[in-house]
Ligand binder design. Structure first.
Ligand SMILES: [Zn+2]
Length: 288
C-alpha cells in the first residue's frame, strides 16, 4: 500500500466496521455530493458497502457517528459509468434538500477531504505525510504534525434607525440578491477589529455596538462564518468596487431577494424582520 495514502488501513477496526455495519457514505465527485434520489426526496446513501466502489488509493475520511451509524467520506475524480440511481448535488445546494445535520456532516466531510488532498507532502521538507490520528498527519521524515485549519470570516448586520444595510457582492450567483457585509479575518486581528475594518473598506462607514450573534461552519472550502450586529455611527455609503456592485439601506417592509434559509446571513436578516413581529404583538397586547 502506498505510503502517501496511509489514511486507510484495510486491517484496522474502522474498515472492519465498514464491512459489517450500515454506514452513511458521503461521496464527492469534484465539489458535488452523491445523493440517493427517490420519491421521498434526497438522502445520503446508507448501505453496508460503498455505493460506488473505492480503490485502495481512493482518498477517504472517517467522520463522527450520525444517528448511531458510522460515517465515511471519500472522493472520486470522475463519475462512475453506472450511477445506480444516485445523483450529484452541489454541496451548497444540498442544504436545500438534506436535513441540517446531514448537510453539516457533508460540509465537514468536504473540509476534511480538502485538507487531506492539500497535505500530502510536508511543508517543511517535502516528504510524504502519514495519517497519525483521524484529524492529524505527521511527516514521515521530519515529524512535523499538521491538523485541519479553519479560516474565520465575519459577517455583520448594520442598523441605521429602522433600516439595515444590505449589499450585492460581485460573487453572488443571483444577480438580484442582497446579503450582508462579510470578509476574512486577517492575521493578528480580533474579530471586532475585522468587523470595523471590513465595514470601513467595503462601504466606508463607521460603526459601534458590535455584538456577537452566532456562527456557522462554512465549508467553501474550510471556513467558519462568525455573525455580528452593529449600529451605524457616521459616513456616506461608498462601495468598494472590487468586491461589491451595490449597497443600500433597506427596511424590513421592502426587502430584496435575500440569502437562503440555512445561512447565517439569512438568520441575521430574519432576526431583524422578527423584531417588528414581536413589537406588533406587544402593541396589540397593550391595546387590549
Ligand atoms: Zn517533513
Amino acid at each position: 500500500m502506498s505510503q502517501i495514502m496511509t489514511n486507510f488501513d484495510p486491517k484496522n477496526e474502522f474498515s472492519d466496521r465498514m464491512k459489517t455495519e450500515q454506514t452513511y457514505w458521503f461521496v464527492f465527485i469534484s465539489n458535488s455530493l452523491l445523493l440517493q434520489h427517490d420519491e421521498e426526496g434526497y438522502s445520503v446513501p446508507c448501505t453496508d458497502v460503498p455505493p460506488i466502489p473505492m480503490k485502495e488509493w481512493t482518498p477517504r475520511q472517517e467522520l463522527p457517528m450520525l444517528n448511531g451509524k458510522p460515517c465515511v467520506a471519500y472522493s472520486l475524480s470522475t463519475p462512475p459509468a453506472d450511477m445506480k440511481g444516485l445523483e450529484t448535488v452541489g454541496l451548497r445546494e444540498s442544504w436545500n434538500v438534506l436535513p441540517y445535520e446531514f448537510y453539516n456532516a457533508a460540509g465537514k466531510a468536504a473540509e476534511l477531504l480538502y485538507w487531506d488532498e492539500n497535505t500530502r507532502y510536508c511543508g517543511m521538507c517535502g516528504a510524504p505525510m502519514k495519517r497519525h490520528t483521524v484529524i492529524s498527519k505527521r511527516c514521515t521524515n521530519c515529524g512535523k504534525e499538521v491538523w485541519p485549519q479553519v479560516s474565520p470570516a465575519i459577517i455583520v448586520r448594520i442598523r441605521k434607525d429602522d433600516d439595515i444595510l444590505l449589499v450585492h457582492a460581485k460573487n453572488f450567483r443571483r444577480s438580484e440578491m442582497y446579503g450582508l457585509v462579510a470578509g476574512f479575518v486577517e492575521t493578528g486581528e480580533t474579530l471586532e477589529e475585522c468587523v470595523i475594518r471590513e465595514v470601513h473598506e467595503e462601504v466606508g462607514l463607521e460603526i459601534t455596538n458590535i455584538r456577537y450573534f452566532g456562527s456557522q461552519p462554512w465549508p467553501y472550502p474550510c471556513g467558519v462564518m462568525i455573525g455580528f450586529t452593529a449600529d451605524y455611527v457616521s459616513g456616506d455609503l461608498h462601495v468598494q468596487e472590487e468586491e461589491l456592485s451595490n449597497a443600500k439601506w433597506f427596511n424590513r417592509d421592502h426587502l430584496p431577494p435575500i440569502p437562503d434559509k440555512m445561512s447565517i446571513a439569512r438568520r441575521l436578516i430574519d432576526d431583524y424582520v422578527a423584531e417588528k413581529a414581536s413589537a406588533t404583538k406587544v402593541k396589540v397586547k397593550d391595546e387590549q
